[in-house]
Design a protein around this ligand. Structure first.
Ligand code: CA
Length: 226
């Protein structure tokens, strides 16, 4: 079973984006829409990590964090702060948060922070080599190889390929790919995914290698061997 994450966020759209995506990554997720509920849940059944929005309808996130720390809770807290609210970030860290993320954020950024925070309390495995067929990805160095051949990828190309490598033989819809790589604020009307898949195929298949990223027309894409 994956680690348990408590998401404290009153904006339903963002709470649902975060929890849906985290579940898809294998985490167990609970959502609290306000500070009171968050404290109840955190005290009755402590999660492995808390994602805590600063702006909540009742007790604000800073106060929630202070109360958690005062009561001896030491689970990692990732604070979500409004854009440019620098005093909030400082106050968040002062209140006992371990890290903060500025809204709006992309899903891969959120995942990176979560993995880093969980790594402090768990044995490292998020940086293990990813392997599929003759394709290898090293999350620690962000290097890609196909067989003996090194492949130069841009940052976004790497992110897209890593998403496929973490979900081999699993169909990834266009919506999921948008959510993970570009974040919830990204308008889903462009052909940016098609463009990146084309770039990746060009780089992965320069030696006439077998196609690994396949198109499922009208559905999305899948990493598989045929
Ligand atoms: Ca909020």
């Amino acid at each position: 079973m994956g680690e348990r994450i408590l998401v404290v966020e009153d904006e339903a759209r963002i709470a649902s984006f975060i929890s849906r995506s985290l579940r898809h990554e294998g985490y167990q997720v609970e959502v609290a829409p306000d500070g009171e509920t968050a404290l109840e849940k955190a005290f009755s059944d402590p999660p492995d990590l808390i994602i805590l929005d600063v702006m909540l309808p009742d007790i604000n996130g800073l106060e929630v964090c202070k109360q958690l720390r005062l009561s001896g809770s030491d689970e990692p807290v990732l604070m979500l702060t409004a854009k440019d609210a620098i005093p909030d970030r400082v106050a968040g860290l002062d209140a006992g948060a371990d890290d903060y993320l500025v809204k709006p954020f992309a899903f891969d950024e959120l995942m990176a922070r979560i993995r880093a925070l969980l790594r402090r309390t768990a044995p490292p495995d998020a940086d293990d080599l990813l392997q599929f067929a003759d394709l290898q990805l090293d999350p620690a160095t962000r290097q890609a190889r196909r067989g003996e051949r090194e492949i130069e990828l841009t940052a976004k190309e790497y992110d897209v390929l890593e998403l496929f490598m973490r979900h081999p033989r699993q169909v990834l819809t266009r919506d999921i790919i948008y959510d993970r790589i570009w974040g919830y604020d990204f308008g889903g009307e462009s052909n940016i995914i098609e463009v990146y898949v084309r770039y990746l195929r060009a780089k992965l298949e320069t030696e006439g290698e077998m196609r690994l990223i396949h198109t499922l027309r009208g559905v999305g894409y899948v990493l598989r061997e045929e």
